[in-house]
Design a protein around this ligand. Sequence first.
Ligand SMILES: Nc1ncnc2c1ncn2[C@@H]1O[C@H](COP(=O)(O)OP(=O)(O)OP(=O)(O)O)[C@@H](O)[C@H]1O
Ligand SMILES: [Mg+2]
Length: 220
Amino acid sequence: MTQTITAIDSFECPHGSGHMARCSTCAADAKCAGGDARKRWLNARAALSFAERFPRRYRDAHADHPTIVTWAEAYAADPVDLKSLLLVGPVGTGKTHQAYGAIRKAAACGRGITWQAVDFADFCAELRPSGKDPEGSLARYRDADLLLVDDLGAAKSSEWVEETTYRLINARYKDMRTTIFTTNLAPDRLASGLGDRIASRLVETCDLVPLLGSDRRRQA
Ligand SMILES: Nc1ncnc2c1ncn2[C@@H]1O[C@H](COP(=O)(O)OP(=O)(O)OP(=O)(O)O)[C@@H](O)[C@H]1O
Ligand SMILES: [Mg+2]
């Protein structure tokens, strides 16, 4: 059975805690109650734990770019054979906002889709051989149904970075898993910034979405 994860703000607590899943009275009531009241509390808990996986800044992000909305709706309906997304543009044009908005729409269909999101620079740091569990981290990102790699290319380039990124991208390429990439690299700089093998796979598997305009942070 599929169950849509409802928006977090649909579960306001009547006891003033802000959210039903954060309220001990709501939890106690739900335990005693059966049927719809209990289901509603379980839905509230699912919505909260879903929302809490988003970075706070992007927790309320909703994709409003037409191509990205269409893509996310298509993913939610049927992710098989859907192309990955490469959101490209200068600093502050809303790439990360659109990417998290797309994940919300795509993964909230409740079909048990596993998703992960990572900043590329953090990915590189986690994968360092001296890290806690580099192979475990790689497996987590490699095997997620849907992965966001934010700011691809935003780590000091080296042979090791290129090789590690290639391992991730090539594994997902072979398994035909869907990824959302964001990057500041212009399309004609992908090969020089990431290496030709990675650029070639991105070109084949991604729909390119340019996000242009001025820096929203400076406008604010
Ligand atoms: N559609 C939108 N509606 C409201 N706020 C937005 C929207 N898009 C972006 N923002 C806000 O604008 C700021 C910049 O957006 P974001 O971080 O997504 O940019 P970016 O393109 O990822 O930047 P960078 O290249 O530096 O990573 C953020 O504060 C974000 O919350
Ligand atoms: Mg960003």
